[in-house]
Write a protein that binds this ligand. Structure first.
Ligand code: NAP
Ligand code: SF4
Length: 677
């Protein structure tokens, strides 16, 4: 099938024994439903939506081929036919909708989060407290057989193929690289021995499943760790994999223990497609590229320029199940774009919670959070046009309610408008575009620049009033807080106040970090300039250094100003940041020479600067500007008045609960209320 929109993306791909309807792969993504009681039914509903949305091929989250290979003790495994029943139901649902699905086989090796982990050598990963046991030769042989058994079971369960996970630093990758393979038998030492494990797995799998079954091999093309593979080694392995019968080669970028970001929002879009492009010159089987591809334009460009044959996107399908069909029908502007925040997907998986999506709370809740038509359509007023208010207005209008959205400022967006000015958070623009289009689509009556009072709301006879009035910055009690050199974070991020050359940032939560990055980065934002970004992170684009990083000196960014980031507590900085991205923010500030000072008592602010005390000693920070990032307070003045007047009123987002508020909770609040009204 081809369309006039994105013609390369919507060209079918003939694999000989089967044809994929387009070039879009929904990449492997663990959702947490795999292990939930009754989770496979919900997983089937989750994938079914994506098949209905036109995706060409789906790869499941990683399924272990044996007990030791599980990521967690209760992780999903497919080794016995009785474990296949739920998989069979899943593939039936997918095939009924006309979709195709592969099962990913993942042995986590030394990344397994349990004491039974095994690896080529007993070398602990820096990101895991468990030290693995060295695999005996017997265990290596049985593990190869286990991969083949899982593949055969996958075929019996109706899967269209398997993806063998050979990247991201999991077991297969651990065999390939010297970093984790210290053996000197047939399975270690020189490169030919180190790649014996993946090659024998592929041969064993192909032998078991026959010719008419997809085998994708996810090959680590750029390890981004020291003692990783060289480019010549990776090419050699790719050619051998092709000979052994791999159908498609997928691109893996970076081990999980790498200290270089590969998928966070600050990574430029398609920052690594050049790696796949280079491999295109070496093998004849189709290649899949990946990482931070989140719009059809970017995907189309990659394919049109011949960098890859297929494009893998995982998180974009959490954000919008209908990504493909919207793109194919020329409605790309209606796509809910993944902003790369990781907040509701990877961060959840990391915390053993079910994955979802910050911008789409229905993801993985397809059977639970359903916007059915309202049986009793109501006249609703939504006060506050930040993301909570916008999302609620869209969801409730979708259900058929008559909705008016009021915003006091000239434009919608609230705190999101501030966040999108932070370098590396440019993707937040897409969420504003999405909700603004949706408000139009559902014909929500949007009124900006208007302040609602108790009386105007009551006089207009709304059935229910939703207060999404957000937050105001919390102003700490410090002597001199009204000094002219003091600014709040909204004033700085909205560019109403320009900071001087020396700045003290009070409060080191998420916003303190954002503000420090905003003030420290000399434009242009590296996220919008991949060359600058790759240099800053020390990535060798010639891949002549092992792992693409060994011995490469990162280019030091020039900070725009001197910044002190302060907190009262004495512990580690950035503790409240998210698990999968906090380290990136910490490194980014370190690179920009931001000085962090903890255990601070704020004494006063005057013409000289900010006076602080640490361990009983006074210190003066001679700064031109002091930025207040000390959290927020809810704005809910109207609530009591309206309640007392007998109105039905609801609070959502920051207005409901300011502490630790984030956009994820704001949008989920909105969705959860919208299904009930
Ligand atoms: P926050 O995380 O609560 O941090 C504010 C910090 O200010 C506190 O950690 C506290 O640290 C300090 N503080 C609080 N009251 C103070 C007072 N009276 N005097 C002096 N210092 C005080 O709030 P935030 O940074 O505004 O972030 C709000 C929410 O936005 C976060 O919870 C997060 O979910 C979200 N967010 C996240 C990110 C991200 O992860 N990248 C970015 C932006 C926003 P001490 O007491 O130690 O000084
Ligand atoms: Fe993308 Fe963030 Fe949603 Fe994850 S939570 S899918 S990163 S938008």
């Amino acid at each position: 099938m081809t369309t006039e929109y994105y013609p390369h993306l919507f060209t079918s791909l003939d694999l000989g024994f089967t044809t994929l309807k387009n070039r879009i792969l929904m990449g492997s993504m663990h959702t947490g439903l795999e292990e939930e009681r009754g989770g496979f039914k919900k997983l089937a509903a989750f994938y079914r939506e994506r098949v209905k949305g036109g995706v060409g091929l789906i790869v499941t989250g990683g399924i272990a081929p044996n007990f030791r290979g599980r990521l967690a003790p209760l992780g999903c495994q497919l080794s016995f036919s009785w474990q296949g029943r739920k998989h069979k139901n899943l593939t039936e649902v997918i095939h009924r909708e006309g979709g195709k699905i592969c099962l990913q086989i993942l042995h986590s090796g030394r990344y397994a989060y349990h004491p039974f982990s095994v690896a080529p050598s007993s070398v602990k990963a820096i990101i895991n407290p468990f030290k693995p046991k060295e695999m005996s030769k017997r265990l290596i042989h049985s593990t190869i057989r286990d991969f083949a058994t899982t593949a055969a079971l996958a075929k019996a369960c109706g899967y269209d193929g398997v993806e063998i996970m050979g990247s991201e630093g999991y077991l297969i990758n651990q065999f390939i690289c010297r970093r984790s393979n210290r053996r000197n038998d047939d399975w270690g030492g020189d490169f030919a021995n180190r790649i014996r494990f993946p090659l024998e797995i592929v041969s064993a799998v192909r032998k078991k499943v026959g010719e008419d079954f997809i085998i994708i091999f996810r090959l680590s093309m750029l390890d981004l760790v020291e003692q990783g593979s060289t480019w010549n080694e990776t090419v050699l392995l790719a050619k051998e994999l092709e000979k052994r019968g791999v159908t498609l080669l997928n691109t893996g970028i970076g081990w999980h223990e790498s200290r270089i970001p590969t998928i966070a929002t600050s990574v430029p879009r398609a920052a690594f497609s050049w790696v796949t492009a280079r491999m295109k010159k070496e093998v004849n089987i189709p290649l899949i590229t990946t990482n931070r591809i989140n719009t059809p334009e970017v995907a189309e460009k990659i394919l049109a320029e011949g960098e890859a044959d297929m494009v893998s996107m995982a998180r974009p399908f959490l954000a919008d199940p209908y990504f493909a069909s919207k793109a194919a029908s020329g409605r790309a502007a209606e796509i809910n774009t993944c902003i790369g925040c990781n907040q509701a997907c990877l961060d959840h998986v990391f915390r053993n919670k079910r994955a979802s999506c910050l911008v789409n709370p229905q993801a993985c809740y397809e059977t639970e959070l359903v916007f059915t038509p309202a049986t009793n359509p109501k006249k609703l007023a939504v006060v506050g046009g930040g993301v909570a208010g916008m999302a609620f207005a869209c969801y409730s209008a979708e259900r058929g309610h008559d909705v008016t959205l009021f915003e006091g400022a000239a434009e919608l967006g609230g705190q999101f408008n501030l966040a999108r000015n932070v370098p590396g958070k440019e993707e937040f623009h897409e969420t504003m575009r999405y909700f603004t289009n949706l408000l139009n689509y559902f014909e929500v009556n949007v009124q900006t620049g208007t302040h609602q009072s108790r009386d105007t709301l009551i006089n207009n006879n709304y059935d229910e009033i939703i207060l999404a009035t957000g937050v105001v910055p919390r102003i700490p009690e410090i002597d001199g807080i009204n000094h002219e050199k003091v600014a709040t974070y909204p004033e700085i991020l909205a560019k109403q106040v320009t900071a001087g050359k020396k700045v003290a940032v009070i409060g080191a939560g998420g916003i303190g970090y954002d503000v420090s990055e905003f003030l420290a980065e000399e434009p242009p934002s590296h996220t919008l300039h991949p060359d600058l970004w790759l240099k800053e992170w020390g990535i060798d684009t010639t891949i002549s250094h092992p792992g693409g990083v060994e011995g490469v000196k990162p280019k030091k960014p020039v900070p725009a100003r001197k910044i002190y980031l302060l907190q009262r507590k004495t512990g580690k900085f950035g503790k409240s940041l998210q698990p999968t991205t906090g380290w990136i923010h910490r490194i980014t500030l370190r690179k920009r020479k931001v000085e962090t000072i903890g255990g601070v008592t704020y004494k006063k602010i005057d013409d000289l600067g900010l006076h602080i005390e640490i361990d009983g000693e006074e210190r003066l920070l001679e700064v031109d500007t002091v930025v207040i990032c000390t959290g927020q307070l809810s704005q809910q003045e109207l609530y009591d008045d309206l309640k007392t007047a007998g109105q039905t009123v609801h609070l959502i987002g920051g207005a409901k609960h300011a502490a630790e508020l984030d956009a994820k909770r704001a949008i989920r609040d909105a969705a959860e209320l919208a299904v009930k009204i």
